[in-house]
Design a protein around this ligand. Sequence first.
Ligand SMILES: [Cu+2]
Length: 278
Amino acid sequence: MALAFALIVALITVVTVWVFAAHIYWLPQGVSTHSAAIDHQFVLTLTMCGVVFVLAQLGLAWFVYKYRDKGDGRKVIYSHGNNTMEALWTTAAAIVFIGLNLMGYRIWAAMHFTGAAPGALQIQAQGQQFAWYFRYPGPDGQFGPIHVDKVDDATGNFFGLDRDHDATAKDDIVTATLGIPVNREVEIILRSKDVGHSFFVRELRVHQDLLPGIEIPIHFTATEDALNHSSDPRLPNGTYEIVCTQLCGLGHYKMRAFLKVMTQADFDKWLQDQAAAQ
Ligand SMILES: [Cu+2]
């Protein structure tokens, strides 16, 4: 019985390692300038955790077998802990965690804290139960002010714009699809209309929570590769799924939109069409 249990534990370990090592489930192709750095950090973290996982599971299997009941009437020996061992593995875990953080925080901070480069395209993204809307500042480069009392989904005024009175709001372009040009830095300013949501595009390696009452900017650049891939073979190339990854209510499961990565010329044309449809 002990041998069978030890073998099952070992088998589960081997199958688990195989699933990751053979990339049975794996990240899709990254299509942003920072995705290689994120993937590198991910593989490093996964490998370190994987080594610990394998050692712990094989250790478990070995102990189950070694200390099985051999029918010789031996009494059980209870251990009441070992302070030296506890101090050692707590220190080792702390070193690994802090070390991984020190190696990874720059990649994360580069998207959040450094600010977008001058000339980056600014787009506002609003999450709400249960849809995404995007706003482009239009030719004046300025977002019109938001009037909370004017927000009205029924008339399509998702951002609460007052186009009759606010000069900067007149040319704002509101869309349900996020169109961006390739090879150009994009700054997305995330805001929530109601509850917490999370903006996730797997292929961009961009994932950020939205909090009501706070605007959170993130910036990234889609690479040339973005034009030749998509989230799903059934979607045209350059099209990616934007999903909400924060359980935000009953309709959370259908809270998604699409990202379209285009050449600058196609993007200009697309934006013009969107502006005409306002
Ligand atoms: Cu949501």
